[in-house]
Design a protein around this ligand. Sequence first.
Ligand SMILES: Cc1ncc(C[n+]2csc(CCOP(=O)(O)OP(=O)(O)O)c2C)c(N)n1
Length: 533
Amino acid sequence: MTSVREAAFELFRKRGMTTIFGNPGSTELPMLADFPDDFRYVLGLQEAVVVGMADGFAQASGRVTHVNLHTAPGLGNAMGAIFNAQANKAPLLVTAGQQVRAQITLQANLTNRDATRVPHPYVKWSFEPPRADDVPAALARAIHIASLPPAGPAFVSLPMDDWTAELDEASVKHVIARSVSGRAAADLEAVRALARRLREAANPVMVAGPEIDASGAWDQAVELAERQRLPVWATPAPGGGRIGFPESHPLFRGVLPPAIGPVGQVLEPYDLVLVVGSSVFPYYPYIPGAPLADGTELVAITNDPDEAARAPAGDAIVADVRLTLEALLGSLDGAPPAREAPEPLPELEPADDATPLSGAAVHATLAEVAPDGLIAVVESPSSTLALRTRLRLSRPGSYFLSSAGGLGFGLAASIGVQLAQPERPVVCVLGEGSAQYAITGLWTAAAYRVPVTFLVLNNSEYAILKWFAGMEQVTGAPGLDLPALDVAAVAQAYGVRSARVESRDELHAELADALGAGEPRLVEVKVAPGMSL
Ligand SMILES: Cc1ncc(C[n+]2csc(CCOP(=O)(O)OP(=O)(O)O)c2C)c(N)n1
């Protein structure tokens, strides 16, 4: 005989899921009893932070990651972060405790009423096992569903008395042992047809999306662009949560604008647009126009049937991005096309040193001190583009941003990313407003000595919302100023050493020190109001 708990932990162990992110309550304690030594529990102080950390860990490790929440209120707190995780395609097993079975019907306190309906729109599967005996199979099913493409969160509600139930070992051994793999190759006919279209195109272009990085197709994307002499644009910034192409590469052109009309215009000079690993497109805000100009065709490669189905224009191949690029490269053997490589981009103007610093000056300084292999986790809305332009990140797995734009991802995810990638330096770039949505994550960074460098750009406002107000012709909106937020002092209170700086020299020195410190540090820099490009 074995207990449900023993069987569940054996399942997690087999799947390499030995790091669990959580915030416990009385309904979760039975799961955590006699916590095995080979597992690590990472405590977050609020559930949105717990899910954000797990999201970062799942994306940076490529593994299904378990996040355990406290019944109804914990799950409720986590919803915004689960919304982010589904947009990020982060493979998460989300579990929450539930009342003992004998008290669900009478709805005792802490019953997670209609537990499966709560996260329903944002998870791939939502389930409460009908019997304790079914818990291991339900967990296994959720793990497989989370990892199958497109990856995303799956939810299981777990009545607290199930963990000690006894099971016949033979009944769970197959459930624990089995694996499921979901990388599907593309229809060869469709790949050959795409190869023909590419060969015949006069002026084709590639748009690189986040799934290139997630599927491990970085080298194939570079090879395809180089062999076919394709200029490369990054998919629009708000939805493109990962970088899919080296941004210092001479073929790289920049980040597409995020709205329908402007994207159509940027793509107008090209006769064939090959979108790799992105939706078409993560648009926001609404600026109408033609999604594609007359004379421009588009083919998207995506592992997400829904992305393929909802695209407003162009054809799509639904399959694993790396396998499809490999097949495409195979079909393109032969002489390279007689196309001119695009002109190199003009050199950037040096950033102005005037104080308060611009976002561009901050990111130029970060670029000066950036150690090899730097990973940037980013939530600094008014300076995201400046960061992309100045840092030119060029290695896989180097950039994470919430594809859904729900604030609170950045600070939390950076901790998960660092835990998953202990050998690489991680900088978490935050607006002072964004930092507040997951501020308690600083405690976790300090308590577990997770050596993230938090760089906070403080402009005393919600700058991006003021920009949106201009776009939307809104005047007189309240709630867009943030006077007197002292993030450095808050960091100290959570146990993270911090510094507040104003000049570029001070920023340079503090950042360089923080990045080499081997412990979490926070550097808060005063920046000028407004957008920074
Ligand atoms: C959970 C959540 N709540 C509210 C918003 C709306 N929102 C988008 S950007 C933003 C302001 C961010 O301010 P800050 O981090 O200071 O960055 P800045 O715009 O000044 O660069 C807000 C409130 C959001 N995206 N997510």
